[in-house]
Design a protein. Structure first.
Length: 586
């Protein structure tokens, strides 16, 4: 009877479960990583505790706790040992506490806790010599002074522990990462599922690394550093943007963007706005999928109708808008581009990026609006589009923009070691190479090849003096339409000349600037020299004059610069020219 009752009860429970489950609300399941809890088979081996002032070591003997404490400044580090007072030493074979040795090879696991700013790293050992104990210990990576590097495709099941050695992680570590007196670096795309700790070292985590535990470092100036990197959130955000130029006038954009911080789902954006002056709708829809995180590799595409310009390398839209709104000066030339592109981007190193792209565009000519409003413009009018181009060539260029389609393949490589926030604080390189190929086989009305190479050097002489050097070379084969030609003169190029005074299909340019920072201020000054040569549909040769200009600049902070420069190729119509820049671009 008991067996029958038990069976009936089980059947009744199954029926109730099947009846109730369909009524339960749907919910999302997210993987949770449980905090470590020591097994009963493990016993406390020793502990290292630290805060902003002191470091303590505790051992466990016959049920008793023995602790030794010293100040950070009293720690003695040598090649073969680290000493915390007379009776505590870390050596290559283990912790020496008084007359007892606690071998590192016996460590089976760790646990890191924080109590009111006191960080404790507890080390556990399995006292038995069972096969399980050996297997647990073999999963750990432990060194004294040697550096530990976890490679990209490497997975470590256990603890990664070093005493004085540095730890670099590019793969995945399942448990804690600890370098007591060394540094820890978690590289791009790496995964650390446990906590990370260092008593006196530095802990650096790449932007796109995943750290699921806590980070504890005594390196922070004001006590310990504790921060959690969780799963990156999926975000859906609304945005607005404002543009103002002499062709479209005022354009207010609204958009929506989705980002998956873990790069599992594709990111997308949709942006749209209406240009009041040109009475044209502007839109841009884009989609991008990351297919490899450790060395960021992504594929994407977009389609759009936008106001395009070949002058983006001279200045960004944000800087140009300020000039347009304030002083009736729009430094860019524009054309409308409607079409789309597909691309592949790859960042094999933090300083190197590669891009390949196919783009197809239908172009349209739009007139400038000379009477647009500006705050301090007075009676000044905005200039026409491509107003610096010779009249006959400009007419041909306008007709081409209004009646042709351009499709091309492009490639770009970039090497950049600059600090984006403090560009003059250290020596750095910025090198770019671009190639663009248009051909009828790509469904294009043009047939040309365009190449540009730029090398920039930020050379720190000493803390008050920096030498800035730049060299750019551009060339082409075939026929370049007007909006793909090179332009020199004025802002960002030969600063003693009129803006975009020279047009060509080949050029070179060199710029040198000697910058001096004044102590205890945000002021700096510099002397600069510009030189360049440009040819239109001919080869560069000695018969073409090299243009020179010299000048002086005053910096107010890193982002506001006033240039005064003078051309050197003639003694008439050579009035010094003044340009204001709102960016540190060189």
């Amino acid at each position: 009877m008991r067996l029958i009752a038990s069976a009936n009860l089980r059947v009744w429970l199954v029926l109730v479960t099947l009846t109730v489950l369909p009524e339960l609300p749907a919910f999302a399941v997210e993987t949770q990583y449980k905090n470590y809890k020591s097994s009963r088979q493990q016993e406390e081996f020793f502990e290292v505790s630290f805060d902003k002032k002191r470091v303590s070591v505790t051992v466990f003997q016959d049920g008793e706790e023995l602790t030794r404490t010293c100040l950070h400044s009293e720690i003695e580090k040598a090649e073969t040992f680290v000493s915390l007072g007379e009776s505590v030493r870390f050596e290559s074979n283990g912790l020496i506490f008084g007359e007892d040795t606690y071998p590192f090879r016996e460590i089976s696991d760790t646990r890191i806790t924080d109590t009111d700013g006191l960080v404790t790293i507890a080390f556990f050992a399995i006292s038995t010599s069972s096969q399980r104990a050996r297997r647990v210990r073999q999963g750990n990576q432990i060194q004294f002074s040697n550096d530990i590097v976890i490679e990209e495709d490497e997975f470590v099941r256990g603890v990664v522990f070093a005493v004085t050695g540095d730890i670099e992680v590019y793969g995945e570590v399942n448990k804690d990462i600890i370098s007591l007196f060394g540094n820890v670096y978690v590289g791009p795309g790496a995964v650390a599922r446990g906590d990370i700790a260092s008593v006196s070292g530095r802990i650096d985590v790449a932007k796109d690394a995943s750290v699921y535990g806590e980070i504890y470092s005594g390196k922070k100036h004001r006590g310990t550093f504790k921060h959690r990197f969780r799963h990156r959130e999926k975000t859906l955000s609304l945005s607005g943007n404002f543009k103002y130029n002499r062709v479209d006038g005022a354009t207010l954009f609204c958009g929506v963007r989705f980002d998956d911080g873990d790069s599992l789902l594709p990111s997308f954006q949709a942006l749209g706005g209406y240009a009041l002056a040109s009475e044209r709708w502007r839109y841009d829809f884009g989609l991008e999928q990351t297919i490899w995180r450790r060395r960021p590799l992504a594929v994407g595409g977009s389609f759009y109708r936008r106001l395009a310009s070949g002058d983006d390398w001279l200045l960004a839209d944000k800087e140009n808008i300020v000039f347009t709104l304030l002083v009736t000066e729009d430094f860019k030339d524009y054309y409308e581009a409607e079409g789309g592109s597909v691309y592949l981007v790859f960042k094999p190193l933090t300083t190197v990026s590669l891009e390949g792209r196919y783009r197809f565009e239908q172009t349209k000519w739009l007139k400038a609006n000379p009477h647009l409003w500006s705050l301090f413009g007075g009676d000044k009018l905005f200039r026409e589009n491509y107003s610096r181009v010779e009249a006959d060539y400009r007419r041909t260029g306008i007709a081409e923009i209004d009646s042709t389609e351009n499709a091309y393949l492009s490639g770009r490589i970039e090497y950049d070691t600059r600090d984006g926030k403090e560009p003059f604080e250290q020596s750095a390189w910025h090198v770019t190479g671009d190639i663009e190929l248009s051909h009828p086989d790509l469904n294009s009305d043009f047939d040309y090849r365009r190449y540009t190479v730029a090398v920039r050097r930020y050379q720190r002489i000493h803390r008050r003096v920096t030498l800035l050097l730049r060299g750019i070379y551009g060339s082409s084969d075939g026929y370049l339409p007007m909006y793909k030609r090179y332009y020199l003169g004025g802002l960002g190029t030969l600063r003693g000349y009129r803006h975009k005074e020279f047009m060509g299909s080949r050029f070179w340019m060199a710029n040198a600037e000697y910058r001096i920072d004044f102590p205890r201020t945000d002021l700096a000054t510099s002397l600069f020299w510009d030189a360049g040569q440009i040819a239109n549909d001919t080869e560069l040769s000695r018969d073409i004059e090299v243009k020179h200009s010299v000048g002086v600049a005053v910096y107010l902070g890193d982002d506001l610069r006033i240039n005064v420069s003078k051309r050197l190729d003639r003694s008439f119509d050579d009035t010094p020219r003044i340009y204001v820049r709102l960016d540190h671009v060189f």
